[in-house]
Write a protein that binds this ligand. Structure first.
Ligand code: PEP
Ligand code: MG
Length: 879
């Protein structure tokens, strides 16, 4: 037998309750649910999404038998309401609306007032004792039917309407008298006939059949298809069609319509929140022509209805155990519910509502953990723009949303200038083509960073994210003139005295000072985090390279450091000089001299970090970037350096030229540096070991994990591991230390070959940490510093769904990770494995890490709570 095609909802019978959303669509299912829990829903019926599928499969033909089932449902409806289709005294009128399983706002067709014809309009006039109202409804139907079902141009109707208004000498639609609307209906029918070659259908069932086809047809319009693509909506059969008896909010001063949330969607406060309009139709609220009143004002108009709505709120929330977004209409003092669905909310509201629903006994803690989108937590951790202010702001351009937050300041075009002006009390946005380690002081001085090139793992992005600082990267519409200290965006020129606002969450650059708000870390947030920790099995560490960042990350719940990038420790003015003289040195002896001056700084930093992480593991990566990154590239700075070091500027220039590489990311960096200059490794390992010894003496537990970067063959690791072990031993001996040291030695897996040969590499590693930034770079062959040049096109043309440097490419790069895990553990069953690329703080990547059996993820301090929640959700979903 063929599947049931039509599901009735009403007092007599509700057939759709508990049926799959995929079959009835979101709207259809909720109408059935609301009816079944006794809410006042105008009765009607839903035609399933399967019918839509059959319609397309049959080459746009409604399936046989459908209109028979529809006819039976209409009969039931007529009986329940004691009204008749096309009746001359009390006609049945219906709306016909689309409704897929996933909401597609405004994408598909709607027809209202269906069932009106020349006779039933007279009937409606009689039944409502309001001729004007009846003909107004009729002209709206002819218009809508012409537009939506027959694809006519709206303009053709407007011309006819203008003629009538002229005739009656009025300017507003609402001023046209009943007589005029009657004439208008005649005129509209004429327009309809002219443009379609047919009469406007007088048979309500014929109207209905055509409307059903039109709704199915709207499923595959270009804009609906595009919308599904953009939103990633796949695997749906089609749309359902909801046919529902009409109620009217525009029948006089005792009627009205409104939309509301059962709780405040901005704050989460448990208070009915919304607005309504008296004597109006649903579209009037949405269209914003008249200003609605807040529902709190409703008792002044109709106390009973307000009370009833509060009861509805309770009933809905008890049923759905979730905040709802509702639409309602009041027809002559009677309340009707037209729609309910899960309400969208801010991150702050999401956390409060989840916690409150647990308190109210509606959901349990596990469900609360699942209810909050981890990314939405960002709002609780960073300042943000006030919604009203940002909606009103002028957007200059858009870049990559590299690090969230809100920043307002004046542009500075060099790091030095940023520092100077910040010290003079200005709020500065550092604007650069791209940033390099040389710029960190200026970056630290700035409230936000804007670059015109680079992507989500560019230097600017990674550093900013680590600090929780707002950054928009790769805004390619920004032309920077560093010399003249100005920038040009789409023809507008901005200088050092202009104010701009950066939204790191959306990537937008706005003109002027957009008002911001500070985050509030509520008790509910801490509570939700505690629940999350009870479910997750993945540990969450942080990427941090200073005691201050380590402390902040611990406050956010980090369970160790997964990546301490030691190169960041070399850039302060009193250190960089030694680093530079080390790089300039021609002989090992000179290099060692310079390194010995860096050693005390490193040791002190490590001691500070061990102390801040009190007994938790700290993964320290040995020097990774190519050496040229530590040298100044501008001639003025080179001269300054020459004076400082007492060498010739030309020698510096020569050395820089010698260090130049065509492709430094694939050049002399990572473990390759330690192969060439083992003394750098020795200094760093000595500093780590001494710091651990000093901590031990102070009864502070230190757990350093020494990590060797960019390994591609086990021979690199074997050789360097031996050097690390020898250095630890010689340091212990020199210090005559006889206590316990707990230092492990492992490697980053960030080169595809390392994944392919992970079994060999694991022989020499105590742990693995996936460096998915470099792994993504090398697997795709996309330079992480240059992706900003083509990523926007790739996203727009849908070659990529997301930036692979932000969310792990599970299909491709993911295979390499999985292979690395399997092969690594084939050698060492209990090998500890983590991830420290930027993906460690991305919820869907965290879920992937959980599934492939990693032990921990590591991310920037501000993403730690997001990773904790994502890890909990991954554990719950996969259990
Ligand atoms: C990586 O490559 O994923 C990584 C964490 O290292 P970096 O970003 O410092 O190259
Ligand atoms: Mg790397």
């Amino acid at each position: 037998m063929a599947n049931k095609m039509v599901y009735y909802f009403g007092k007599t019978k509700t057939e759709g309750k508990g049926k799959p959303k995929a079959l009835l669509g979101g709207k259809g299912l909720n109408l059935a649910e609301m009816t079944s829990i006794g809410l006042p829903v105008p009765p009607g019926f839903t035609i399933t999404t399967e019918v839509c599928d059959q319609y397309y499969k049959a080459g746009k033909q409604l399936p046989a038998g459908l209109m028979d089932e529809v006819g039976k449902a209409i009969k039931k409806l007529e009986k329940e309401l004691d009204k008749k289709f096309g009746d001359d005294s009390n006609p049945l009128l219906v709306s016909v609306r689309s409704g897929a399983a996933v909401s597609m706002p405004g994408m598909m067709n709607t027809i209202l007032n269906l069932g009106l014809n020349d006779i039933s309009t007279e009937g409606l006039a009689k039944a409502t004792k309001n001729e004007r109202f009846a003909y107004d409804a009729y002209r709206r139907l002819i218009n809508m039917f012409g537009d939506v079902v027959m694809g006519m141009d709206h303009h053709q109707f407007e011309v006819a309407f203008d003629k009538i208004k002229k005739k009656y000498n009025v300017s507003d639609d609402t001023e046209v008298p009943a007589e005029g609307l009657k004439e208008l209906c005649e005129a509209y029918k004429e327009v309809y006939k002219q443009h379609t070659g047919e009469m406007f259908p007088q048979d309500p069932v014929a109207q209905l059949e055509l409307s059903i086809e039109a709704v199915f047809g709207s499923w595959n319009t270009d804009r609906a298809v595009k919308y599904r693509e953009i939103e990633g909506i796949r695997h749906l059969l089609g749309t359902a069609v909801n046919v529902q008896s009409m109620v009217y909010g525009n029948m006089g001063e005792d009627s009205g319509t409104g939309v509301a949330f059962t709780r405040n969607p901005n704050t989460g406060e448990n208070k009915f929140y919304g607005e309504f309009l008296i004597n109006a139709q649903g579209e009037d609220v949405v269209a914003g022509i008249r200003t609605p009143q807040p529902v709190a004002e409703m008792p002044k108009w109709n106390r009973a209805i307000h009370k009833e709505l509060l009861e509805v709120k309770k009933t809905l929330e008890n049923h759905y155990a979730e905040m709802q977004d509702i639409e309602f209409t009041i027809e002559r003092g009677t309340l009707y519910m037209l729609q309910t669905r899960t309400g969208k909310r801010t991150g702050i509201a999401a956390v409060k509502i989840a916690c409150d629903l647990v308190k109210e006994g509606l959901i349990d803690q596990k469900e609360a953990v699942m209810r909050v989108d981890p990314n939405a937590l960002t709002q609780l951790l960073l300042p943000s723009f006030k919604t009203t202010a940002r909606n009103a702001a002028e957007v200059l351009c858009k870049g990559i949303n590299a690090s969230p937050g809100a920043a307002v300041g004046k542009p500075a075009f060099t790091a030095e200038e940023a520092r100077e002006r910040k010290d003079a009390g200005e709020n500065i946005i550092l604007v650069r083509r791209e940033t390099s380690p040389e710029d960190v002081d200026g970056m630290s001085a700035a409230v936000g960073i804007l670059t015109s090139t680079g992507g989500a793992t560019s230097h600017a992005a990674v550093v900013a994210r680590g600090w929780g600082k707002c950054c928009v990267a790769g805004a390619s519409d920004v032309e920077i003139d560093e010399k003249k200290k100005r920038m040009k965006v789409h023809g507008q020129t901005l200088g050092v005295n202009d104010v701009i606002s950066l939204d790191g969450t959306t990537g937008e650059v706005m003109l002027g000072a957009v008002e911001t708000q500070e985050p509030k870390l509520s008790g509910d947030f801490a509570k939700l985090m505690k629940w999350a920790d009870e479910y997750r099995t993945l540990a969450v560490r942080t990427n941090a390279d200073s005691p201050a960042d380590s402390k902040r990350a611990r406050d956010f719940g980090a369970e160790g450091i997964g990546l301490c990038r030691t190169e960041h420790m070399f850039f302060e003015p009193d250190r960089i000089i030694h680093m530079r003289s080390m790089i300039l040195a021609e002989e090992e002896k000179e290099r060692r001299q310079a390194l010995s001056k860096l050693l005390p700084f490193q040791r002190k930093d490590f001691e500070g970090i061990f102390k801040a992480m009190a007994g938790l593991p700290v993964t320290i990566r040995l020097l990774d970037p190519p050496l040229h990154e530590f040298l100044p590239h501008e001639s003025a700075a080179q001269k300054e350096m020459a004076t400082e070091l007492g060498v010739k500027a030309s020698d510096i220039k020569k050395r820089i030229e010698a260090l130049h590489e065509a492709n430094p990311m694939l050049g002399h960096r990572g473990c390759r540096l330690s192969i060439t200059y083992p003394e750098v490794l020795e200094m760093q390992v000595q500093a780590i070991t001494e710091a651990a010894i000093n901590c031990g003496k102070k009864k502070i537990k230190a757990h350093p994990e020494i990590m060797i970067p960019l390994v591609g063959t086990y021979k690199e690791l074997a050789l360097l591991r031996k050097k690390v072990e020898e250095t630890i031993a010689s340091t212990v001996a020199a210090k005559k230390f006889d206590g316990d040291l707990d230092i492990s030695i492992g490697t980053m897996i960030e080169i595809p070959r390392a994944c392919l040969t992970a079994d060999e590499i694991a022989e020499h590693a105590d742990f693995f940490s996936f460096g998915t930034n470099d792994l993504t770079q090398m697997a795709f062959g996309y330079s992480r510093d240059d992706i900003g040049g083509f990523l926007p096109d790739y996203l727009e043309q849908e070659i990529l769904d997301v930036d692979p440097f932000q969310s792990l490419d599970q299909t491709g790069v993911g295979q390499l990770v999985e292979l690395g895990v399997t092969k690594g553990r084939s050698t060492k069953k209990a090998l500890k494995i983590g991830i420290c690329g930027e993906h460690g703080g991305d919820p869907s990547s965290v879920e992937f890490c959980h599934r492939v059996g990693l032990n921990y993820v590591s991310c920037s301090p501000f993403r730690v709570p997001i990773a904790r929640l994502a890890a909990a959700q991954a554990a719950i979903t996969n259990s």
